[in-house]
Design a protein around this ligand. Structure first.
Ligand code: SAM
Ligand code: SF4
Length: 496
């Protein structure tokens, strides 16, 4: 049994971030702390069992699937019961302090499991590895191995070292590693939608963010390996891929033979051309980098979903400068205007941080007014949490009192709820194409799937199938879900 239920309760009660949609993408709170789930529990043929628990953003969950692929080669089967495992791995997130605290608590629990199973190995993977390796490994003796996000290929050797009683560590960051040749084992999957990492790391230096320190320099994966993975997914029955990167618009790959460059807009087009029945999404776009070329490519292909996640972080130019986001309020609003011009029916979501260093009431009001102008469909909303080693931690004082941060976050959440509901209500009466993802959570008589604009729709199952596109007449809504009836099956057209 995974402790997902307990952790969900813990995360909800902490409320480090909030969002409206049950099926959003980047940081899905309902998935935090869940164990990677095998199609069937590790069978008798697997000589050893591994338990992998994951935290953080979608890229981290994807990394866990790469780890599962590497371990499968070594004869490990997966289990969702940590007590049964020979190897317990926790793939960590360092974005906010609370995530780190949760991981430490889990490691204490694994330590007590080890008392009954002396040869069980416990390892920490991912973003917390570099910063906490000394404490976790040597001081608190909580774990046997510590492996950074670019060192997963060395896992078999590290496990062997740990088995021989040594402390096994590899937290080296790489300028090249993209795991391009490893096909992730897709386990907690609905068989219809999949995530594909197209790049790793980040070269931006947003002052609040640990990612450049924990995941290293930005590097892009070859278009050939991305296309191969997407084609394979399509052949396996998947009908939607989401291309993932911290800043997808700076995707840039140079062919070592021909010196020819591939940009994100070109990659997007290549993936869209795989098959008109394959929907394409992407995340995350950086407001300073998203280009007209990307927007026009989206407009040309009906199978590129009209939905953009464009994190703003704050509506105040002064705060954006302190965050080193390299755009102003006006610059951001111009990008949004451009999106509305080129893609009039595009869904828009964002990330917002409440209570960054020196944020005044006037700055906060600017965030609220920007939300009104952008009319977001959805937002991930966070209280600022100082992260050791970041530029903000070194340069600025975390001086907004916790109570004020909380109240501002609440106001941002209320604003988001109002905007989201308004946007959902606008959908009522329209007919939208929906890709069926599977049974609805509430009733096995209903299916659920998302519109192009990433809105979840629930409708009666009838004779339809998972993975099928249907046109749904929207008849009602809540703030998070649209309700409807299928009016016809649909065939998307490919524009050349
Ligand atoms: N690369 C993406 C971008 O630039 O928009 C976002 C990556 S980050 C994993 C996801 C979100 O976490 C950020 O957009 C930000 O809102 C939030 N975040 C990052 N560091 C944070 C911090 N120290 N405190 C609160 N929220 C933070
Ligand atoms: Fe962090 Fe900024 Fe890079 Fe996003 S773009 S991962 S917020 S440094």
């Amino acid at each position: 049994m995974s402790h997902a239920g307990d952790l969900l309760f813990l995360l909800c009660s902490i409320q480090p971030s909030m969002n409206q949609f049950g099926a959003t993408k980047w940081i899905d709170e309902s998935r935090q702390g869940t164990a990677l789930q095998p199609e069937e529990e590790a069978s008798a043929t697997s000589s050893r069992k591994c338990y992998i628990e994951s935290y953080g953003c979608q890229m981290n969950f994807n990394d866990s699937e790469i780890v599962a692929a590497i371990l499968k080669e070594q004869g490990y089967g997966l289990t969702t019961d940590a007590a049964q495992a020979d190897l317990v791995l926790i793939n960590t997130c360092a974005i906010r302090e609370k995530a780190e605290q949760t991981v430490r608590k889990r490691l204490q629990e694994f330590k007590s499991l080890k008392k009954n199973k002396a040869d069980m190995l416990v390892g920490v993977l991912g973003c917390m590895a570099e910063r906490l390796r000394h404490r976790l490994l040597e001081e608190e003796k909580l774990v046997d191995l510590v492996v950074g996000p670019d060192a997963y290929r060395s896992l078999p050797a590290l496990i062997a070292e740990a088995e021989s009683g040594q402390k096994a560590v590899n937290v080296l960051l790489s300028r090249e590693e993209t795991y391009a040749d490893i096909s992730p084992v897709r386990l907690n999957s609905n068989g219809v939608t999949a995530f594909v990492s197209i790049m790793r790391g980040c070269n931006n230096m947003c002052t609040f963010c640990v990612v450049p320190f924990t995941r290293g320099r930005e590097r892009s994966r070859s278009p050939q390996s991305i296309l191969r993975e997407c084609e394979e997914l399509f052949e396996q029955g998947y009908r939607e891929v989401t291309l993932l990167g911290q800043n997808v618009d700076s995707y840039y790959w140079i062919d070592p033979q021909t010196q020819q460059a591939t940009t994100f807009a070109q990659l997007l087009e290549m993936v869209a051309q795989i098959n008109p029945w394959l929907r394409v999404r992407f995340s995350t776009s950086h407001p300073k980098d998203i280009t007209d070329e990307v927007l026009y490519t989206m407009a040309r292909y009906p199978n590129i979903c009209k939905y953009i996640h464009l994190p703003v972080q704050s509506g105040s130019t002064r705060i954006l400068q302190l965050m080193n986001r390299t755009y102003t309020r006006e610059g951001y609003l111009k990008k949004v205007e451009r999106i509305r011009e080129i893609l009039p029916d595009c869904g828009l979501s964002t990330d917002i941080i409440a209570g960054f260093c020196t944020e005044t009431e006037a700055d906060h009001q600017e965030t609220l007014s920007l939300m009104d102008i952008c009319e977001y469909d959805m937002a991930y909303m966070f209280m600022y949490s100082e992260r050791p080693g970041t530029l903000a931690a070194r340069r600025y004082k975390d001086d907004v009192p916790q109570e004020v941060k909380k109240r501002r976050l609440q106001e941002i959440v209320e604003k988001e709820r109002t905007l989201a509901l308004k946007n959902m209500q606008k959908e009522v009466g329209k007919v939208r194409t929906v890709l069926i993802e599977g049974p609805s959570k509430r009733s096995d008589q209903d299916f659920c799937g998302r519109t192009d604009q990433n809105k979840m729709v629930v409708f009666p199952k009838k004779h339809y199938r998972k993975g099928q596109y249907v046109n749904v007449h929207i008849t009602g809504c809540t703030a998070a879900t649209l309700l409807g009836e299928v009016v016809e099956e649909t065939i998307p057209e490919m524009v050349t």
